[in-house]
Design a protein around this ligand. Structure first.
Ligand SMILES: Nc1ncnc2c1ncn2[C@@H]1O[C@H](COP(=O)(O)OP(=O)(O)OP(=O)(O)O)[C@@H](O)[C@H]1O
Ligand SMILES: [Mg+2]
Length: 222
């Protein structure tokens, strides 16, 4: 099972979400690999701040990374790919390798999302790879701003649904990353930890339980 976090835009939360979703799955006793497909190496830097990690982190920021990623993934229950901040060949390779592409978007950038190159790349890939799933996740949402039905309708028209779980802007994410911790180590009972838990369960329900995205069906969140 390969889940990638991709968006050509920088700073939307790809690395933060990759590390913490990987951490949640590892905390559930799953064997997890995190592939750092960004030449900046942020996930690798995070891992280097630690003595050990609850999941393995490997750097694979190569244009033809899909083949190696697919091979490595056979050894793990879940493989998470932290994507690069551009829509070049590496990004396409990440999409090719994935079962589910999560596209983090910031509320401020909502109006342009549908025309973004990353979105077009995913939709192109879906023509050939019919079972490739994808969804936007609203990331770095400030306060209780209602993202609302209108935005979800727009996304639906763009052909890509928005996950039900939003990720709020919370200082504990930035702090935990700087300290080389997962959000579950840094702030285990925080709303931030809970949001990652809900997001991961939602993604997994779409990938594994065949819950349909963009329908009224509630994902299986216990
Ligand atoms: N939900 C959040 N709340 C608070 N800070 C956040 C949140 N998500 C990300 N950040 C912070 O924003 C910055 C960018 O986040 P991150 O590195 O996860 O984004 P990215 O999409 O991986 O960036 P890049 O495109 O450069 O790889 C980091 O300093 C991170 O700690
Ligand atoms: Mg990053």
């Amino acid at each position: 099972m390969i889940i990638s976090f991709l968006n050509q835009k920088g700073g939307v939360g790809k690395t933060t979400l990759s590390i913490n979703v990987a951490a949640y799955l590892a905390g559930q006793g799953r064997k997890v690999l995190l592939i750092d497909a960004d030449k900046q190496g942020s996930s690798n830097t995070w891992a280097s701040l630690r003595e050990d990690s609850p999941f393995q982190v490997i750097s694979l920021a190569r244009e033809n990374m899909a083949k190696d990623a697919l091979k490595l993934a056979t050894e793990f229950e879940y493989t998470i790919i932290d994507g690069p901040p551009h829509a070049e060949t590496i990004a396409r390779s990440c999409i090719v390798a994935s079962d589910f592409v999560v596209l983090p978007i910031e509320p401020s950038g909502l109006s342009t999302w549908a025309s973004d190159l990353t979105v077009r790349q995913v939709r192109d890939a879906q023509i050939i790879k019919e079972n490739l799933k994808c969804g936007f996740v609203v990331s770095r949402k400030i306060g209780k701003t209602v993202i609302g039905r209108e935005i979800r309708t727009m996304a639906g028209e763009a052909g890509i649904p928005v996950l039900k779980t939003d990720i709020e802007q919370r200082v504990s994410y930035a702090e935990s990353m700087t300290m080389g911790k997962t959000i579950f180590e840094w702030a285990p009972t925080s709303p931030a930890s809970n949001d990652i838990k809900q997001l991961t369960k939602e993604i997994i329900s779409y990938v594994e339980e065949d819950v349909q995205l963009g329908t009224e069906a509630e994902p299986a969140i216990a």
